[in-house]
Design a protein around this ligand. Structure first.
Ligand code: NAG
Ligand code: NAG
Length: 430
């Protein structure tokens, strides 16, 4: 923004009609010059170098620019005191909202499970036996997104139709109005409600074929739910599987190689992720500041770093030339105020090996150009190390959120590929 403002100002002094005299009338010359400068500015704003392995770099650049623009507008609205930054971002979810609409394949209704709103997708086609079920948690940094957003509605509908499965897409409460553990508790109570045998049979669901799925912050919630269910003696039905799509899994180290390599890659910058993480716990800016400098964890919690120690858990090709340095510790005040930071319901990677043991069949999708890449990579490796069967798909040519771009003008080949791979896995394993 600063650079933009400056070049705008400089362009004013460049505009000197006298030098244009002769070739074209001064007035028209000035207009042309303005047009040229405006286009250059727009191009400058939109243009951002894209990794070479992106298939459709220009399309990704436009998608990325429109997200950045929204972010900047939200920032302006926040600074002017018009609305909270996250509420401004939430307007996108509102623009993208579609009402529950059944089609020839799937019956779609909005209802409530355990007092939490859900969008329910039930296939129309007859089933020989009991159906499979997917409990889905949307992404959006615990702050934005909703089940009725076009892209999430489409994903759930597609999943329901392709797998002949019941899909429950949960509209959990969001920050900044609600902080941790509300988001977790909402998705957990829906999951527990749905896993009751009378509810499963009401929807014709096979209790042995239920999974949880989430993307991004939703992947965080899915991982946390799967862990919590392992120790909940009230729940008799066990999950068959969990699918974590570019999940966020830890708060401890926000300077992992993935954060350094992908600080400004499309859709999710490091600063936005830091903002989402801190907003999950509090709107107090001091947490965000400490997280941005990665000094939010006190030395008393140093034993937890073994679970996110990338020096041990990342493969060589992701370590590249990064050099491991010990954490920089901060004061214990923040963790004291916001203990959720160290809670594995918020940071599933902080589970001990014993707590990971017994997790269901797992699908983990990570993208090379994503600040959350290493969270997923380390979780896949740690689960595998304790004997959990894990399918880890690492997409070298993808960015955070790529699976959402499978319809409309922003359709991407990589989005289709990721979606198909994920659906195929569910079809074979659920
Ligand atoms: C219904 O399912 C068929 C077969 O999978 C598909 O070709 C068609 O596009 C689906 N209709 C809608 C509205 O999604
Ligand atoms: C991380 O792992 C490296 C290599 O095993 C080790 O030298 C270092 O002490 C570990 N750091 C922490 C904080 O666990």
């Amino acid at each position: 923004m600063h650079v933009l403002a400056r070049s705008c100002y400089e362009s004013v002094s460049v505009l000197d009609p006298v030098s244009l005299e002769g070739a074209v009338p001064a007035d028209m010359g000035a207009k042309l010059l303005w047009l040229f400068l405006a286009s250059a500015l727009v191009a400058y704003y939109i243009y951002s170098p894209m990794p070479e392995d992106f298939d459709e770099p220009w399309k990704v650049m436009l998608i990325s620019a429109s997200f950045r623009t929204t972010g900047h507008l939200a920032e302006v609205a926040d600074r002017l005191g018009l609305m909270h930054y996250m509420e401004a971002l939430m307007l996108i979810s509102t623009f993208q909202y579609i009402a529950p609409t059944s089609d020839e394949n799937v019956t779609v209704t909005d209802t409530e499970f355990s007092n939490v709103p859900v969008r329910l997708f039930v296939p129309r086609r007859a089933s020989d036996g009991l159906r499979r079920a997917v409990i889905f948690f949307h992404g959006g940094g615990w702050c934005v997104g909703r089940a009725g957003m076009k892209s999430y509605d489409h994903l759930a509908r597609w999943t329901s139709n392709m797998l002949n499965a019941v899909v429950v897409s949960v509209d959990y409460r969001l920050a900044p109005k609600y902080h941790f553990p509300v988001q977790f508790e909402d998705v957990y109570s829906v999951t527990k409600f749905f896993l009751q045998s009378n509810v499963l049979s009401q929807y014709g669901v096979d209790p042995d074929r239920v999974c949880v799925v989430g993307d991004s912050a939703g992947g965080n919630l899915a991982a946390a739910v799967a862990q919590q269910l392992l120790q909940d003696s009230e729940v008799k039905t066990k999950l068959k599987a969990q699918a974590l799509l570019y999940p966020a899994l830890q708060t401890l180290d926000l300077n992992l190689p993935a954060y350094q390599d992908n600080e400004n890659k499309p859709l999710l910058s490091k600063s936005l992720m830091v903002r989402f993480w801190s907003e999950y716990f509090t709107s107090d800016p001091s947490l965000r500041e400490a997280m941005a400098s990665n000094t939010h964890i006190p030395v008393e919690s140093s034993h937890l770093f073994q679970f996110v120690n990338w020096s041990n858990w990342l493969p060589e090709e992701l370590k590249k030339d990064h050099v491991y340095t010990s954490p920089v510790y901060g004061s214990s005040e923040l963790v004291g105020k916001y203990p959720g930071l160290l809670d594995r319901r918020a940071a599933p990677l902080l589970a001990s090996d014993a707590q990971l043991h017994g997790l269901p069949l797992s699908y983990v999708l990570t993208c090379e150009h994503d600040v959350l890449r290493d969270d997923g990579v380390m979780y896949a490796r740690r689960m595998r190390a304790v004997g959990v069967p894990v399918t880890h798909v690492h997409a070298k040519d993808a960015f955070h959120g790529a699976m959402m771009f499978v319809s409309g003008a922003a359709e991407l080949a990589v989005g289709h590929r990721l979606l198909n791979g994920y659906i195929e896995w569910l079809n074979e394993n659920l």
